[in-house]
Design a protein around this ligand. Structure first.
Ligand code: 5RP
Length: 227
């Protein structure tokens, strides 16, 4: 699996052109993108500025010597490279396994191109069949949002950092990981419904955001597919 992630992550880094503003996603696949970008900065002398989607990516990018910018300084992003937990044939995704869904979605939304880097195991026919849907909630509203998700047919569980201690996002919120038996029948409709629920900060359904996918496999090769 590391091979697949490495192949996808590194291949996507080749899409970055000199002078670009690049959204830097979060996760173990994007780690290899960061690594390759650092090599290209060093070996080819390309210049870029990265917009990190999490504190974790920010600190890794700094260690790699990748120049960073904040959203105060950036209006549009040419290219974002990010991972996914599931992606279907229409490039709709579930994200948020690393808890960075809010910042990832903000960055993807202002990006001209969103390249998703995955191993082949992340390709699904229907979202929600192999991965729970993360929903970021304001702690105050956790109980009300849980009830609302149950009414929509989901089974929410509070994500824990340790036994008895909820996971806390970079934004100070919590995550409900939601199981939908048999998968999510209508991801677009569920996304729209969740977005209207008070207390939901963001959800992990990324609808119409990905433009490309780089699929790595265990032999170490990667294939780029574009919409
Ligand atoms: C973090 C994410 C990640 O992109 C997703 O979890 C994939 O991670 P990995 O590349 O480690 O499998 O959405 O919030």
């Amino acid at each position: 699996m590391t091979n697949a992630k490495q192949a996808a992550g590194r291949r996507a880094a080749e899409l970055v052109e000199d002078g670009m503003t690049v959204g830097l996603g979060t996760g173990s696949t994007v780690f290899f993108t960061l690594q390759r970008l650092a090599e290209r900065i060093r070996d080819e002398g390309i210049s870029l500025r990265g917009v990190p989607t999490s504190l974790d990516t920010e600190s890794k990018a700094r260690e790699f010597g990748i120049p960073l910018a904040t959203l105060d300084e950036v209006e549009r992003i040419a290219l974002t490279i990010d991972g996914a937990d599931e992606i279907d044939g229409d490039y709709q995704m579930i994200k948020g396994g690393g808890g960075a869904l809010l910042r990832e979605k903000v960055v993807a939304t202002i990006s001209d191109r969103v390249v998703t880097v995955v191993g082949r195991d992340k390709l699904v026919e229907r979202l929600g069949t192999t991965f729970l849907l993360p929903v970021e909630v304001v702690p105050f509203a956790r109980a009300t949002v849980r009830r609302a998700i149950k009414a929509l047919g989901g089974e929410p569980t509070v994500r824990l950092a340790e036994p008895e201690r909820p996971f806390v996002t970079d934004n100070g919120n919590q995550i409900l990981d939601c199981k939908f038996e048999g998968g999510i029948a209508d991801a677009r409709a569920l996304a729209a419904r969740l977005s209207t629920e008070p207390g939901v900060v963001e959800h992990g359904l990324f609808i119409d955001l990905a433009t490309d996918v780089v699929i790595g496999d265990d032999t170490g090769t990667a294939e780029l597919r574009s919409k």
